[in-house]
Design a protein around this ligand. Structure first.
Ligand code: GRF
Length: 209
């Protein structure tokens, strides 16, 4: 059974999609061991409590130094014997000590088709503002493994979503969440939990079922 930590900063709709997929049996061989948020007011923490899993608040603001926070985050993951770290709208930079300890065992959901509209400062609504400003007709979402760069790790799954005339960053964000993010993040977890994913350099291979 794959033990997951889901790291969140906001509303937690991706976390909800994971919990719903666990309940529906579309993710198998996996469980959530802990949900960690850097914001006390993140609604994702409520979702975790309602679901009956541990909801842990770990904020850099509550530590004297960043290094102390980094070590506390690493300790929280190691103590719970976590196999996979899922970044589901987590707005904190994952420290190198965690990336080293969890090589190819951290995944992130990004709301564009990487390598478009990603990298430093490209998060949340900014991603969709940039996509609309560039006038793309298709955007989408990407699940990728996390390395030391920003959105540079090996790509696991992508799903395109149509950009419609008259879209605002908000309407595009909602469509991408509904049509892509909430589908490919649970799917990625199920593939990993069932041993179907291997990584070699930047190439991810998925075993056909
Ligand atoms: C999603 O758009 C995700 O792709 C991005 O942050 C947002 C999180 O939304 N990284 P939620 O907290 O899962 O509702």
């Amino acid at each position: 059974m794959l033990k997951m930590a889901v790291l969140v900063s906001g509303g937690g709709t991706n976390l909800q999609a994971i919990m719903d997929a666990l309940d529906a049996g579309t993710i198998t061989n996996a469980q959530i061991s802990v949900v960690i948020s850097n914001h006390a007011e993140a609604y994702a923490l409520e979702r975790a409590k309602n679901y009956g899993v541990e909801a842990l608040l770990l904020s850099p603001k509550d530590f004297y130094t960043r290094e102390e926070f980094n070590q506390a985050l690493l300790k929280a993951l190691l103590e719970r014997d976590v196999d996979l770290v899922v970044l589901a709208g987590y707005l904190v930079v994952v420290p190198p000590c965690v990336i080293d300890a969890f090589e190819n065992r951290i995944i992130n959901i990004h709301p564009s088709l990487i390598p478009s509209f990603c990298g430093k400062g490209c998060y949340g609504l900014h991603v969709h503002e940039k996509a609309l400003a560039r006038g793309v007709k298709v955007s989408g979402a990407t699940v990728h493994f996390v390395d030391e760069g920003t959105d540079t790790g090996p790509i696991l799954l992508q799903k395109p979503v149509e950009v419609k005339q008259g879209d605002t960053p908000e309407t595009l964000q909602k469509r991408i969440m509904k049509e892509a993010e909430w589908k490919i993040l649970p799917k990625a977890i199920d593939l990993i939990a069932n041993g179907k994913v291997s990584v070699s350099g930047r190439t991810v291979t998925i075993e056909e079922s």
